[in-house]
Design a protein. Structure first.
Length: 550
């Protein structure tokens, strides 16, 4: 390094941290002491060109076990931007207590051609020996943190087993006094009112609305920074948590275990148990879909060809609700577009196929001669009862949940695996049925065709495309009758740009227009493609190749 005035200035940033907030309110706290020691060290290195940056990077009350610390994130950003040359800390464990996080920090340091210094421990992160020594030190720091965490967890478990209150948000109805929960009579009356009204209304939704009208709000609280929160409308989720909280019957829950608490109960056992039974019944109804106006009958039963579960969704247009099943997956390796299936179409097909499977299994069982007359009569009654239930699946999913094991939409076939034993053990089970289906790609999604594409030309007539052709030739006639495009748009009631798109559509290849009229167009042709495609070629054959006719 050149000496004298040519020495490069090294910008030093001091980072300080303390795991708890205890003592931070003092005029001179632990963070100040760390910073003062680091500043003195930087001053001692001024002959090497070290200069102290004025910004403070202090994390008071943050653990060193992770990197989720505001000041550290800010420092890493400055480092990545090339505005810091050296990070100075009092001890290496102030920067991190995790080996994995240390590796990430070193990687950022290397990319930025920077390093860090511990005032009380001399290290150089640019050498292999320095990194080895740091890794050993950090291993002990991480070990210490993990042992401390285990000790705290054991203490919490032992205290919970004794029924002690171990901190956290104080529930509505209680206040904290002498390190234990004491009943707040005013709030306790609100809790009793909520339990009583839930048992009377038997509906969480109605109770939430009633509490809102009555002005009953959640418990007011303050966070560790002194900011107030709470005193908000009680949501349905918060209501469920309140109704299930065993603290209100004088108990403490910890990791699935229930212990007698050291605090007094607000709700009597009979009322609490009645509320739990009602909540359990509501969960069953939600799972079965019996409380839905338009239940998704196949939810949890159907998968696409990539093994992705199809989950219910819907959209609303012009006060009309459209239901679908759409692929859901967190598997990044599956890059195929999401599959979307019309819910009424697939549900109707499944119910129809399930009826056929039942009748076929019934006929085969009777023909086998393994049943006597009484058994045949019982079998016929049970099958008839199930067929009746399948005919009127309004607001119920139980029959499908009883019979269907799994539905897979595979390539060009639908595969249904059913279990008929719930009806009669004499029926063959499990049964597998496959039915041909078709697919088209529409935008970013894959849609199911029922019945299969190509069964008849009329079946493929697309009302949207037919309407587009009719509008296109109507716009063309308006223009041929004279006047400007603005006048034609005014007469038709369309926008000027849309009329221009329609007129262009009317000059498409006669083969394309004819195919749309007769329903022989490619299955994946959409109205948007015809109207919004830029630079449609003038050549009819080129148009037909562009839109998949050739």
């Amino acid at each position: 390094m050149p000496d004298g005035g040519s020495r490069r200035a090294l910008r030093c940033a001091i980072y300080t941290r303390k795991s708890t907030e205890e003592g931070l309110e003092q005029d001179f706290n632990s963070l100040d002491a760390q910073r003062e020691a680091c500043a003195a060290y930087i001053l001692s290195q001024r002959h090497e060109g070290w200069t102290l940056m004025p910004d403070h990077y202090d994390d008071g009350g943050y653990s060193g076990g992770n990197m989720d610390r505001p000041a550290l994130k800010m420092l890493m950003a400055e480092l990545a931007a090339g505005r810091v040359d050296i990070i100075v800390v009092y001890k290496v464990d102030r920067l991190t207590r995790s080996l994995a996080d240390f590796a990430k920090i070193v990687e950022i340091l290397d990319r930025s051609s920077a390093s860090f210094v511990s005032v009380t421990q001399s290290f150089n992160t640019t050498s292999s020996m320095g990194r080895l020594t740091l890794n050993v030190l950090l291993s002990f720091a991480q070990f210490e943190r993990e042992v401390t965490s285990e000790r705290i967890r054991d203490k919490v478990a032992a205290s919970k087993a004794k029924g002690m209150w171990m901190g956290g948000p104080i529930p509505l109805g209680y206040r904290l006094g002498e390190r234990k929960l004491l009943i707040d009579e005013q709030e306790a009356s609100t809790v009793r009112h909520i339990f009583r009204r839930y048992l009377e209304l038997q509906s969480a939704t109605q109770l939430v609305e009633e509490l809102d009208r009555a002005g009953i709000r959640s418990k007011p609280r303050a966070n560790r920074f002194g900011r107030d929160y709470g005193s908000a409308k009680i949501s349905r989720g918060a209501l469920y948590r309140l109704l299930q909280n065993c603290l209100y019957v004088g108990e403490v829950a910890y990791k699935g275990q229930i212990y007698p608490g050291q605090h007094d109960a607000i709700i009597d056992r009979t009322t609490f148990e009645a509320a739990q039974q009602m909540l359990a019944q509501a969960r069953v109804e939600r799972r079965l879909g019996t409380n839905a106006k338009e239940p998704s009958l196949l939810a949890g039963l159907i998968w696409d060809g990539h093994g992705r579960r199809l989950t219910p969704t819907h959209c609303s247009r012009r006060n009309r609700r459209y239901r679908y099943y759409i692929s859901q997956s967190d598997d990044a390796s599956v890059t195929d577009a999401a599959w979307r299936v019309s819910a009424p179409d697939i549900e109707g097909l499944i119910i129809d196929r399930l009826r056929a499977m039942l009748i076929t299994a019934q006929e085969q069982t009777i023909a086998s001669g393994s049943l006597d007359g009484a058994a045949i009569g019982q079998l016929n009654d049970r099958v008839a009862g199930m067929l009746t239930r399948l005919e009127s699946l309004v607001g119920q999913r139980e029959p499908l949940l009883q019979l269907i094991r799994r539905i897979d939409i595979l390539g060009e076939k639908l595969r249904i695996e059913a279990d008929l034993h719930p009806i009669d053990t004499s029926l063959g089970s499990p049964l597998v049925h496959e039915h041909p289906i078709g697919f088209v790609r529409s935008g970013k999604q894959v849609k199911l065709i029922i019945p299969p594409a190509g069964t008849s030309p009329a079946a493929n007539r697309n009302p949207s495309l037919l309407k587009l052709v009719a509008q296109a030739f109507a716009a063309r006639r308006e223009m041929e009758g004279g006047g400007s495009i603005e006048q034609a748009a005014a007469r038709l009631g369309y926008g000027r740009e849309y009329v221009a798109d329609l007129i262009r559509t009317s000059y498409l290849s006669p083969a394309i227009i004819s195919a749309i009229i007769h329903g022989t167009q490619p299955a994946n042709l959409t109205r948007r493609q015809l109207v919004r495609t830029d630079r449609i070629p003038l050549s009819w054959s080129a148009q037909e190749r562009l839109f998949g006719f050739l």
